[in-house]
Design a protein around this ligand. Structure first.
Ligand code: COA
Length: 535
């Protein structure tokens, strides 16, 4: 049967949704301008006057002409440090170099000398995780003053801090995933180790510098007075110390050299997908531009999530599993850009029936080597006596268990609310999906502001034990609502790298298509039995 849509784009509700979502998209686009602005006009002019290119121009020159770049967490740092650390001072993403998908990790020296804040380290480590999982060479465009010293306790001592970036670099290299650096500016301390630990390193004459301690540290430590160029200049490192392998006359030459090295890596040709062979790509029959009009911005208003799915998948074709059972979780196999995918999409609160249906569906996809896509719009699992007596705790646990142990790649997109244990069952960040993106209308928290306010005021009422405390309760309610509203905002989340970025609904199909291509190439078909327990 041909897929059908019941959306009426002329209805008042659709028009209202489209307008209110339009405002969210305008905000997102404004904030993306912030993300690319770096350290501001003055520092950018100083950077350019030194013969240096803006970080994103370097990336453009590095990538194959006209090829896309999937940037990871461009809005990292949003809402932090007075918004003075755009993109957390580093750009990371996946692009094609000489036909090979690579992870590019590039410092923005116009943002506090490219030094590392907490979110910079998180972005660097996350980009490396993605590279490792998807077997991508790492190309570091280095221009980095090491740890941002006022925040040193947030970036230096712990697991997941600066040291972990080097652990990852060494281990990936040892596993045969190339780690290559091009040095464009002053690289001190931690910044120096990025090229020093690379398999091969290029440095730009005149601007590139590498030293474990810069001139001020040398003066303080051993009372030696030396200029930066003598201490760690490009010519010295390429001809005397051997820290770098190639001297480039300028940035263009350095980037061309990096491309040449990639060309000669002798990487195995990308094998035909071990997951499956992509089939002919047919676009969806319905317009993804209508998704905002369907979804709207009010998470309380229900809609049929199938209307979203048929705007994302090839030919709008869904093979829906158990369509008449557990209706609040839509499970369907489909194709996106020719690649198979098993979709679990919320269509209401998760009950026991929908939970076990989801677990059963995951087992089927596991057995058939079909990657999973979780589309989260979930307030949580059903609560109440009836649900508890029906075993919601064990049934929801089956969904969590099946999702957590699935042997196929998992992708997640937050298309609405991501609350409570629903976040867990639907493969939230804690369950390490291969990629996780969010839409600008999404919200993420243990519970909604309204529910949190009720829970906390009820708890306080209990401890007041009959003492009147109207004013106190009102203040608590106000504070809780404010806190949960602020903290569940998608920009609060993306600024702290709880996701891989906020994307627009209309970009989602292409982003997922690339992710499915990457995971299909990198994930071998799991061997051994993969049982299906009917639930
Ligand atoms: N920690 C804190 N702030 C840093 C920093 C760091 N590691 N590196 C640079 N900055 C700040 C500078 O203080 C300056 O801030 P301001 O604009 O508020 O004055 C800004 O970043 C730009 O630095 P600047 O020195 O003007 O830029 P540059 O391009 O001429 O030089 C560096 C860049 C990285 C070579 C140089 O700043 C440097 O050597 N920094 C110190 C590095 C260091 O000692 N790191 C040790 C880390 S363990």
């Amino acid at each position: 049967m041909a897929p059908q849509s019941h959306v009426n784009p002329h209805s008042a509700a659709f028009q209202h949704n489209q307008r209110s979502y339009g405002a969210l998209l305008a905000t997102l686009r404004e904030r993306m301008v912030w993300a690319v602005r770096g350290g501001g006009e003055q520092l950018m002019q100083r950077h350019i006057a030194r013969g240096k290119l803006p970080v994103r121009e370097r990336i453009d020159l590095l990538l194959d002409v006209g090829s896309p770049f999937l940037e990871i967490s461009p809005l990292a740092g949003w809402g932090l440090y007075n918004n003075e650390v755009p993109s957390a001072g580093a750009v990371a993403g996946i692009g094609l170099v000489e036909g090979q998908h690579c992870m590019v990790i590039a410092n923005d020296a116009t943002v506090k000398g490219g030094s590392f804040f907490k979110e910079t380290v998180r972005k660097h480590v996350r980009a490396q995780e993605i590279a490792l999982q998807n077997r991508l060479p790492c190309l570091y465009l280095v221009d980095c003053g090491g740890a941002y010293l006022p925040e040193q306790d947030q970036v230096f001592p712990d697991w997941g801090h600066f040291g972990t970036t080097f652990l990852n670099q060494c281990r990936m290299s040892a596993e045969g995933l190339p780690q290559l650096s091009a040095v464009f500016g002053g690289c001190t301390a931690g910044g120096a180790y990025i090229p020093a630990l690379s398999d091969e390193a290029i440095i730009v004459e005149g601007t590139g510098r590498i030293h474990l301690g810069g001139p001020p540290i040398v003066k303080a430590a051993i009372n030696e007075v030396v200029d930066g160029e003598t201490l760690g200049g490009a010519a010295m490192h390429t001809r005397v110390s051997g820290v770098t392998d190639y001297l480039a006359a300028d940035e263009h030459q350095a980037l061309a050299k990096l491309r040449q090295i990639v060309r000669h890596l002798n990487l195995p040709p990308v094998p035909p997908s071990p997951q499956s062979t992509p089939r002919e790509v047919l676009p969806p029959r319905f317009d993804a531009g209508e998704i905002p009009g369907i979804v709207g911005t009010d998470l309380k208003l229900p809609y049929d999530v199938r209307e979203v799915l048929i705007r994302l998948v090839d030919d709008s074709e869904l093979q829906e599993f158990k369509p008449d059972y557990g209706a609040t979780l839509v499970c369907a196999t489909a194709h996106i850009h020719g690649r198979p995918v098993g979709i679990l999409a919320n269509n209401g609160v998760l009950f026991s029936e929908s939970s076990v249906k989801g677990a059963h569906f995951i087992e089927l996809c596991n057995q058939r080597h079909i990657p999973l896509l979780f589309l989260q719009n979930i307030t949580g699992f059903m609560v109440g006596t009836e649900a508890e007596r029906g075993g919601i705790a064990k049934h929801s646990a089956k969904l969590v268990y099946a999702m957590a142990t699935a042997r196929v790649p998992r992708l997640t997109v937050l298309i609405g609310g991501s609350y409570g244990a629903g976040n867990y069952g639907m493969c939230g960040r804690g369950f390490a999906p291969h990629f996780l993106f969010a839409w600008p209308n999404s919200r993420i928290a243990t519970m909604s502001p309204e529910v949190a306010t009720t829970v906390l005021t009820e708890l306080r009422k209990g401890s007041l034990k009959g003492h009147s405390g109207e004013a106190e309760l009102a203040e608590l309610a106000r504070e809780t609502t404010e806190q949960f509203t602020r903290q569940s905002d998608p920009y609060y989340a993306t600024g702290r790298l709880w996701d891989d970025g906020i994307i627009e609904p209309s970009q989602t199909r292409d982003v997922l298509g690339l992710c499915l291509q990457l995971v299909a190439q990198a994930t071998p078909r799991a061997a051994g039995p993969s049982p299906v327990f009917r639930m």
